[in-house]
Write a protein that binds this ligand. Structure first.
Ligand SMILES: Cc1cc2nc3c(=O)[nH]c(=O)nc-3n(C[C@H](O)[C@H](O)[C@H](O)COP(=O)(O)OP(=O)(O)OC[C@H]3O[C@@H](n4cnc5c(N)ncnc54)[C@H](O)[C@@H]3O)c2cc1C
Length: 372
Protein backbone atom coordinates (compact mmCIF):
# COMPACT_ATOMS: atom_id res chain seq x y z
CA UNK A 1 0.00 0.00 0.00
CA UNK A 2 1.29 3.46 -0.88
CA UNK A 3 1.62 5.77 2.09
CA UNK A 4 1.26 9.53 1.99
CA UNK A 5 4.62 11.32 2.43
CA UNK A 6 5.01 12.91 5.88
CA UNK A 7 5.37 16.39 4.33
CA UNK A 8 1.94 16.14 2.73
CA UNK A 9 0.40 15.25 6.08
CA UNK A 10 2.10 18.17 7.83
CA UNK A 11 1.72 21.09 5.45
CA UNK A 12 2.65 23.87 7.91
CA UNK A 13 6.40 24.36 8.28
CA UNK A 14 8.89 26.81 9.76
CA UNK A 15 12.67 27.01 10.24
CA UNK A 16 15.14 28.88 12.44
CA UNK A 17 18.91 29.07 12.70
CA UNK A 18 20.34 29.48 16.16
CA UNK A 19 23.98 30.43 16.76
CA UNK A 20 25.24 28.12 19.49
CA UNK A 21 28.49 26.60 20.75
CA UNK A 22 28.71 22.79 20.92
CA UNK A 23 25.46 22.22 18.98
CA UNK A 24 25.65 18.42 18.98
CA UNK A 25 25.76 18.19 22.78
CA UNK A 26 22.79 20.49 23.07
CA UNK A 27 20.75 18.55 20.51
CA UNK A 28 21.49 15.31 22.38
CA UNK A 29 20.25 16.85 25.66
CA UNK A 30 17.06 18.26 24.13
CA UNK A 31 16.12 15.01 22.41
CA UNK A 32 16.88 12.89 25.46
CA UNK A 33 14.35 15.08 27.23
CA UNK A 34 11.81 14.72 24.38
CA UNK A 35 12.21 10.92 24.50
CA UNK A 36 10.97 10.98 28.11
CA UNK A 37 7.87 12.89 26.98
CA UNK A 38 6.21 10.46 24.63
CA UNK A 39 7.98 11.56 21.45
CA UNK A 40 9.15 9.14 18.82
CA UNK A 41 12.82 10.01 18.16
CA UNK A 42 14.30 9.51 14.70
CA UNK A 43 18.05 10.04 14.15
CA UNK A 44 18.99 12.30 11.20
CA UNK A 45 22.42 13.37 9.94
CA UNK A 46 24.14 15.32 12.78
CA UNK A 47 20.91 15.62 14.67
CA UNK A 48 17.52 14.21 15.57
CA UNK A 49 13.87 14.52 14.78
CA UNK A 50 11.04 14.07 17.30
CA UNK A 51 7.48 13.20 16.32
CA UNK A 52 4.76 14.37 18.70
CA UNK A 53 0.99 14.12 18.46
CA UNK A 54 0.72 17.70 17.14
CA UNK A 55 3.78 17.78 14.87
CA UNK A 56 7.50 17.27 14.45
CA UNK A 57 10.68 19.06 15.54
CA UNK A 58 14.08 18.47 13.92
CA UNK A 59 17.43 19.91 14.97
CA UNK A 60 20.59 19.54 12.94
CA UNK A 61 24.08 20.63 13.99
CA UNK A 62 26.25 22.85 11.79
CA UNK A 63 29.69 24.24 12.71
CA UNK A 64 28.49 26.89 15.16
CA UNK A 65 24.75 26.73 14.92
CA UNK A 66 21.65 24.58 15.03
CA UNK A 67 19.13 24.50 12.22
CA UNK A 68 15.69 23.84 13.66
CA UNK A 69 12.66 22.95 11.62
CA UNK A 70 9.11 22.28 12.75
CA UNK A 71 6.12 20.82 10.92
CA UNK A 72 2.48 20.51 11.86
CA UNK A 73 -0.96 19.85 10.44
CA UNK A 74 -2.32 23.30 11.16
CA UNK A 75 -1.40 26.76 12.40
CA UNK A 76 -2.13 25.94 16.02
CA UNK A 77 0.04 22.84 15.94
CA UNK A 78 2.83 24.82 14.28
CA UNK A 79 2.74 27.56 16.93
CA UNK A 80 2.88 24.85 19.58
CA UNK A 81 5.85 23.09 17.95
CA UNK A 82 7.74 26.40 17.59
CA UNK A 83 7.35 27.24 21.24
CA UNK A 84 8.16 23.66 22.28
CA UNK A 85 11.41 23.71 20.26
CA UNK A 86 12.36 27.21 21.41
CA UNK A 87 11.51 26.58 25.06
CA UNK A 88 13.58 23.39 25.31
CA UNK A 89 16.52 24.76 23.36
CA UNK A 90 16.67 27.82 25.62
CA UNK A 91 16.23 25.67 28.74
CA UNK A 92 19.31 23.58 27.96
CA UNK A 93 21.57 26.44 26.84
CA UNK A 94 23.95 27.53 29.56
CA UNK A 95 24.56 31.26 29.67
CA UNK A 96 22.92 33.94 27.62
CA UNK A 97 19.51 33.28 26.04
CA UNK A 98 20.01 32.80 22.29
CA UNK A 99 18.13 35.19 19.98
CA UNK A 100 16.60 33.83 16.80
CA UNK A 101 13.59 34.28 14.51
CA UNK A 102 11.44 31.67 12.77
CA UNK A 103 10.86 31.95 9.04
CA UNK A 104 8.14 30.16 7.07
CA UNK A 105 4.51 29.72 8.06
CA UNK A 106 2.94 31.63 10.91
CA UNK A 107 5.41 34.54 10.87
CA UNK A 108 3.94 37.86 11.95
CA UNK A 109 0.86 36.49 13.76
CA UNK A 110 -0.43 39.08 16.19
CA UNK A 111 -1.89 36.44 18.52
CA UNK A 112 -1.36 32.73 19.24
CA UNK A 113 -3.83 30.81 17.04
CA UNK A 114 -5.23 28.91 20.03
CA UNK A 115 -5.70 32.02 22.20
CA UNK A 116 -9.18 33.43 22.84
CA UNK A 117 -10.48 36.19 25.03
CA UNK A 118 -13.58 34.67 26.62
CA UNK A 119 -16.44 36.21 28.59
CA UNK A 120 -18.13 34.94 31.73
CA UNK A 121 -21.72 33.95 30.88
CA UNK A 122 -22.85 32.27 34.11
CA UNK A 123 -21.56 31.43 37.58
CA UNK A 124 -23.06 28.55 39.57
CA UNK A 125 -22.02 26.72 42.72
CA UNK A 126 -22.03 22.93 42.19
CA UNK A 127 -21.04 22.22 45.81
CA UNK A 128 -19.83 24.46 48.67
CA UNK A 129 -16.26 24.47 47.23
CA UNK A 130 -16.74 23.85 43.50
CA UNK A 131 -17.86 26.76 41.31
CA UNK A 132 -18.85 26.26 37.68
CA UNK A 133 -18.07 29.18 35.37
CA UNK A 134 -19.49 29.16 31.86
CA UNK A 135 -17.27 31.02 29.41
CA UNK A 136 -18.33 32.08 25.93
CA UNK A 137 -16.09 32.62 22.93
CA UNK A 138 -15.65 31.97 19.24
CA UNK A 139 -14.13 29.14 17.22
CA UNK A 140 -14.15 26.46 19.92
CA UNK A 141 -14.22 23.42 17.55
CA UNK A 142 -10.76 22.23 18.54
CA UNK A 143 -12.01 21.63 22.09
CA UNK A 144 -14.18 18.80 20.72
CA UNK A 145 -11.27 16.98 19.08
CA UNK A 146 -8.18 17.62 21.19
CA UNK A 147 -7.09 17.32 24.85
CA UNK A 148 -9.30 18.22 27.82
CA UNK A 149 -7.33 21.03 29.46
CA UNK A 150 -6.78 24.76 28.98
CA UNK A 151 -4.61 27.54 30.29
CA UNK A 152 -6.41 30.48 31.85
CA UNK A 153 -4.75 33.90 31.77
CA UNK A 154 -6.09 35.73 34.79
CA UNK A 155 -5.73 39.50 34.35
CA UNK A 156 -4.61 41.62 37.28
CA UNK A 157 -7.49 42.93 39.35
CA UNK A 158 -8.64 46.51 38.79
CA UNK A 159 -7.13 46.74 35.33
CA UNK A 160 -9.37 48.65 32.91
CA UNK A 161 -8.44 46.69 29.80
CA UNK A 162 -6.65 43.30 30.16
CA UNK A 163 -3.55 42.73 28.02
CA UNK A 164 -2.41 39.33 26.77
CA UNK A 165 0.92 37.76 25.75
CA UNK A 166 1.66 37.78 22.01
CA UNK A 167 3.94 35.50 19.98
CA UNK A 168 7.55 36.71 19.74
CA UNK A 169 9.90 36.11 16.80
CA UNK A 170 11.28 33.00 18.51
CA UNK A 171 7.77 31.55 19.02
CA UNK A 172 7.71 32.20 22.76
CA UNK A 173 5.26 34.61 24.37
CA UNK A 174 6.11 38.27 24.87
CA UNK A 175 4.35 39.30 28.06
CA UNK A 176 2.73 42.60 29.03
CA UNK A 177 5.07 44.45 31.36
CA UNK A 178 5.04 44.38 35.16
CA UNK A 179 1.72 44.82 36.85
CA UNK A 180 -0.25 44.36 33.60
CA UNK A 181 0.96 40.77 33.22
CA UNK A 182 -1.75 38.09 33.59
CA UNK A 183 -1.14 34.99 35.73
CA UNK A 184 -1.49 31.56 34.09
CA UNK A 185 -3.29 28.60 35.66
CA UNK A 186 -4.23 25.21 34.18
CA UNK A 187 -7.85 24.00 34.33
CA UNK A 188 -10.10 21.45 32.61
CA UNK A 189 -13.00 21.83 30.22
CA UNK A 190 -15.74 20.10 32.21
CA UNK A 191 -18.13 20.36 29.26
CA UNK A 192 -18.43 21.99 25.89
CA UNK A 193 -21.48 23.33 24.01
CA UNK A 194 -20.39 24.08 20.47
CA UNK A 195 -23.83 25.39 19.41
CA UNK A 196 -23.91 27.88 22.25
CA UNK A 197 -20.16 28.65 21.90
CA UNK A 198 -19.53 27.96 25.59
CA UNK A 199 -17.33 25.88 27.84
CA UNK A 200 -17.83 25.06 31.50
CA UNK A 201 -14.86 25.16 33.84
CA UNK A 202 -15.23 23.86 37.41
CA UNK A 203 -13.02 25.73 39.87
CA UNK A 204 -12.09 24.44 43.31
CA UNK A 205 -12.55 27.54 45.44
CA UNK A 206 -9.87 26.94 48.06
CA UNK A 207 -9.61 30.55 49.28
CA UNK A 208 -8.59 33.96 48.01
CA UNK A 209 -4.83 33.26 48.30
CA UNK A 210 -4.62 31.87 44.75
CA UNK A 211 -5.27 33.98 41.65
CA UNK A 212 -7.38 31.26 39.99
CA UNK A 213 -9.49 30.54 43.03
CA UNK A 214 -9.87 34.27 43.79
CA UNK A 215 -10.89 35.02 40.23
CA UNK A 216 -13.57 32.31 40.41
CA UNK A 217 -14.81 33.63 43.76
CA UNK A 218 -15.25 37.14 42.33
CA UNK A 219 -16.30 36.32 38.74
CA UNK A 220 -19.41 38.07 37.41
CA UNK A 221 -21.14 37.75 34.03
CA UNK A 222 -19.36 40.02 31.54
CA UNK A 223 -15.86 39.58 33.06
CA UNK A 224 -13.19 38.61 30.54
CA UNK A 225 -10.35 36.11 30.82
CA UNK A 226 -7.66 34.89 28.41
CA UNK A 227 -7.85 31.23 27.38
CA UNK A 228 -5.25 29.19 25.52
CA UNK A 229 -6.01 25.63 24.56
CA UNK A 230 -6.98 22.93 24.34
CA UNK A 231 -3.94 21.23 25.87
CA UNK A 232 -3.19 17.79 27.28
CA UNK A 233 -3.48 14.31 25.85
CA UNK A 234 -6.69 12.89 24.48
CA UNK A 235 -8.05 9.89 26.39
CA UNK A 236 -6.24 6.79 25.13
CA UNK A 237 -8.19 3.69 24.10
CA UNK A 238 -8.00 0.98 26.78
CA UNK A 239 -10.06 -1.88 28.21
CA UNK A 240 -9.45 -1.04 31.86
CA UNK A 241 -9.28 2.53 33.23
CA UNK A 242 -7.75 3.56 36.52
CA UNK A 243 -8.76 7.15 37.29
CA UNK A 244 -7.46 8.80 40.44
CA UNK A 245 -7.83 12.36 41.65
CA UNK A 246 -8.75 14.92 44.26
CA UNK A 247 -11.26 17.74 43.63
CA UNK A 248 -8.98 19.35 41.05
CA UNK A 249 -9.19 16.24 38.86
CA UNK A 250 -12.90 15.66 39.50
CA UNK A 251 -13.74 17.59 36.29
CA UNK A 252 -11.47 15.47 34.08
CA UNK A 253 -12.49 12.20 35.75
CA UNK A 254 -16.21 13.02 35.43
CA UNK A 255 -15.74 13.97 31.79
CA UNK A 256 -13.75 10.78 31.10
CA UNK A 257 -16.35 8.58 32.78
CA UNK A 258 -19.14 10.22 30.78
CA UNK A 259 -17.26 9.57 27.54
CA UNK A 260 -16.45 5.88 28.06
CA UNK A 261 -18.38 3.11 26.31
CA UNK A 262 -20.38 0.59 28.35
CA UNK A 263 -17.74 -2.04 27.62
CA UNK A 264 -14.99 -0.14 29.46
CA UNK A 265 -14.05 -1.52 32.85
CA UNK A 266 -11.99 -0.16 35.70
CA UNK A 267 -11.98 1.86 38.88
CA UNK A 268 -12.25 5.58 39.68
CA UNK A 269 -11.15 6.92 43.06
CA UNK A 270 -11.91 10.54 43.96
CA UNK A 271 -10.92 12.25 47.20
CA UNK A 272 -13.07 15.18 48.34
CA UNK A 273 -13.44 17.13 51.60
CA UNK A 274 -16.69 15.40 52.63
CA UNK A 275 -19.97 14.03 51.30
CA UNK A 276 -21.16 17.54 50.48
CA UNK A 277 -18.41 17.81 47.83
CA UNK A 278 -19.49 14.70 45.91
CA UNK A 279 -21.16 15.27 42.56
CA UNK A 280 -23.52 12.97 40.68
CA UNK A 281 -21.80 11.56 37.57
CA UNK A 282 -23.88 9.63 35.00
CA UNK A 283 -21.99 7.06 32.97
CA UNK A 284 -22.48 3.71 31.24
CA UNK A 285 -19.05 2.14 31.71
CA UNK A 286 -18.51 -0.77 34.07
CA UNK A 287 -16.35 1.34 36.37
CA UNK A 288 -16.48 1.22 40.12
CA UNK A 289 -16.51 4.77 41.51
CA UNK A 290 -15.21 5.24 45.05
CA UNK A 291 -15.41 8.54 46.93
CA UNK A 292 -12.93 9.15 49.74
CA UNK A 293 -13.62 11.82 52.38
CA UNK A 294 -10.97 13.83 54.19
CA UNK A 295 -13.45 14.52 56.98
CA UNK A 296 -11.81 17.66 58.34
CA UNK A 297 -8.21 17.09 57.19
CA UNK A 298 -6.81 19.71 54.83
CA UNK A 299 -6.47 18.98 51.12
CA UNK A 300 -3.10 17.51 50.24
CA UNK A 301 -2.34 16.22 53.75
CA UNK A 302 -3.76 12.67 53.79
CA UNK A 303 -2.59 9.32 52.42
CA UNK A 304 -6.19 8.38 51.44
CA UNK A 305 -5.61 8.29 47.68
CA UNK A 306 -2.21 6.61 47.85
CA UNK A 307 -3.55 3.88 50.17
CA UNK A 308 -6.61 3.34 47.96
CA UNK A 309 -4.40 3.06 44.87
CA UNK A 310 -2.30 0.37 46.57
CA UNK A 311 -5.45 -1.61 47.43
CA UNK A 312 -6.72 -1.81 43.82
CA UNK A 313 -6.79 -5.29 42.32
CA UNK A 314 -5.17 -5.36 38.92
CA UNK A 315 -6.93 -6.82 35.87
CA UNK A 316 -5.50 -9.97 34.23
CA UNK A 317 -2.12 -9.63 32.47
CA UNK A 318 -2.47 -8.50 28.87
CA UNK A 319 -5.41 -6.14 29.57
CA UNK A 320 -4.95 -2.73 27.88
CA UNK A 321 -4.68 -0.29 30.78
CA UNK A 322 -4.91 3.48 31.05
CA UNK A 323 -4.03 4.86 34.49
CA UNK A 324 -4.25 8.61 35.22
CA UNK A 325 -3.83 10.56 38.42
CA UNK A 326 -4.40 14.28 39.00
CA UNK A 327 -3.41 14.89 42.60
CA UNK A 328 -1.31 17.00 44.99
CA UNK A 329 2.48 16.74 44.52
CA UNK A 330 3.21 14.37 47.44
CA UNK A 331 0.54 11.89 46.32
CA UNK A 332 1.72 12.29 42.73
CA UNK A 333 5.24 11.19 43.62
CA UNK A 334 3.99 8.14 45.58
CA UNK A 335 1.53 7.06 42.89
CA UNK A 336 4.03 7.54 40.07
CA UNK A 337 6.60 5.45 41.95
CA UNK A 338 4.05 2.70 42.60
CA UNK A 339 2.81 2.53 39.00
CA UNK A 340 6.20 2.73 37.36
CA UNK A 341 8.59 1.06 39.79
CA UNK A 342 6.46 -1.49 41.64
CA UNK A 343 3.74 -2.44 39.17
CA UNK A 344 6.10 -1.73 36.25
CA UNK A 345 3.29 -0.36 34.11
CA UNK A 346 4.39 0.85 30.71
CA UNK A 347 5.08 4.62 30.68
CA UNK A 348 2.72 5.11 27.75
CA UNK A 349 -0.15 3.60 29.80
CA UNK A 350 0.17 5.87 32.82
CA UNK A 351 -0.32 9.60 33.27
CA UNK A 352 0.44 10.68 36.84
CA UNK A 353 0.38 14.49 37.12
CA UNK A 354 0.87 16.89 40.04
CA UNK A 355 -2.19 19.12 39.60
CA UNK A 356 -1.07 21.37 42.45
CA UNK A 357 1.47 21.61 45.22
CA UNK A 358 0.70 22.41 48.83
CA UNK A 359 2.22 25.72 49.95
CA UNK A 360 3.27 26.76 46.43
CA UNK A 361 1.51 28.79 43.78
CA UNK A 362 1.25 27.10 40.37
CA UNK A 363 3.89 29.24 38.68
CA UNK A 364 6.41 28.44 41.40
CA UNK A 365 6.42 24.67 40.89
CA UNK A 366 9.65 23.04 39.74
CA UNK A 367 9.65 22.11 36.02
CA UNK A 368 9.69 18.36 36.67
CA UNK A 369 6.56 18.43 38.80
CA UNK A 370 4.40 17.29 35.93
CA UNK A 371 4.72 14.30 33.79
CA UNK A 372 2.57 15.26 30.88
C1 LIG B 1 -3.81 19.42 33.85
C2 LIG B 1 -4.43 20.14 35.04
C3 LIG B 1 -5.81 20.31 35.10
C4 LIG B 1 -6.41 20.97 36.18
N1 LIG B 1 -7.77 21.12 36.21
C5 LIG B 1 -8.34 21.78 37.26
C6 LIG B 1 -9.76 22.01 37.30
O1 LIG B 1 -10.49 21.67 36.36
N2 LIG B 1 -10.27 22.65 38.39
C7 LIG B 1 -9.46 23.06 39.44
O2 LIG B 1 -9.97 23.65 40.40
N3 LIG B 1 -8.13 22.87 39.41
C8 LIG B 1 -7.55 22.26 38.35
N4 LIG B 1 -6.20 22.07 38.32
C9 LIG B 1 -5.42 22.50 39.49
C10 LIG B 1 -5.12 23.99 39.52
O3 LIG B 1 -4.38 24.36 38.36
C11 LIG B 1 -4.30 24.29 40.78
O4 LIG B 1 -5.04 23.98 41.93
C12 LIG B 1 -3.83 25.73 40.84
O5 LIG B 1 -2.81 25.82 41.81
C13 LIG B 1 -4.94 26.70 41.19
O6 LIG B 1 -4.43 28.00 41.11
P1 LIG B 1 -4.70 29.13 42.20
O7 LIG B 1 -4.28 30.38 41.55
O8 LIG B 1 -6.09 29.00 42.73
O9 LIG B 1 -3.71 28.78 43.37
P2 LIG B 1 -2.12 29.03 43.35
O10 LIG B 1 -1.80 30.47 43.20
O11 LIG B 1 -1.51 28.10 42.35
O12 LIG B 1 -1.71 28.55 44.82
C14 LIG B 1 -1.91 29.38 45.96
C15 LIG B 1 -1.96 28.48 47.18
O13 LIG B 1 -3.12 27.66 47.10
C16 LIG B 1 -2.78 26.29 47.26
N5 LIG B 1 -3.69 25.48 46.42
C17 LIG B 1 -3.70 25.40 45.06
N6 LIG B 1 -4.68 24.56 44.66
C18 LIG B 1 -5.28 24.13 45.78
C19 LIG B 1 -6.37 23.25 46.02
N7 LIG B 1 -7.05 22.66 45.02
N8 LIG B 1 -6.74 23.03 47.30
C20 LIG B 1 -6.09 23.64 48.33
N9 LIG B 1 -5.05 24.47 48.16
C21 LIG B 1 -4.66 24.71 46.90
C22 LIG B 1 -1.32 26.21 46.85
O14 LIG B 1 -0.68 25.13 47.48
C23 LIG B 1 -0.77 27.54 47.28
O15 LIG B 1 -0.39 27.49 48.64
C24 LIG B 1 -5.59 21.45 37.23
C25 LIG B 1 -4.19 21.31 37.15
C26 LIG B 1 -3.62 20.66 36.07
C27 LIG B 1 -2.12 20.52 36.01
Amino acid sequence: MQTEPAEARRPFQAQAEVAIADPERLIAQVFEHFAGHDAEIVPIERGSSAVFFLGEVSMQARADNIVMSVKADDETGLAFMKSLAAHHLIEFVQGERPRFAWTGDGVGLSQFPNFREMTVERVADMTPHMRRITLSGTDLGRYATHGPHLMLFVPPEDIARPEWPVPGEDGLPVWPAGDRRPQVRTYTVRSLDLDAGTIDVDFVVHGDHGVGSRWALNARPGDVIGVRGPTGRRRPEADWYWLVGDETALPVIARTLESLPASAKGVAIIEVADEGEQQPIRYDADIQLRWLHRNGAQAGTTALLVDAVHAVEMPPAGTRIHAMAGVEYTAFKAIRRYWRDELKLDRKDVLPVAYWRRGRAAGEAAPDDEDD
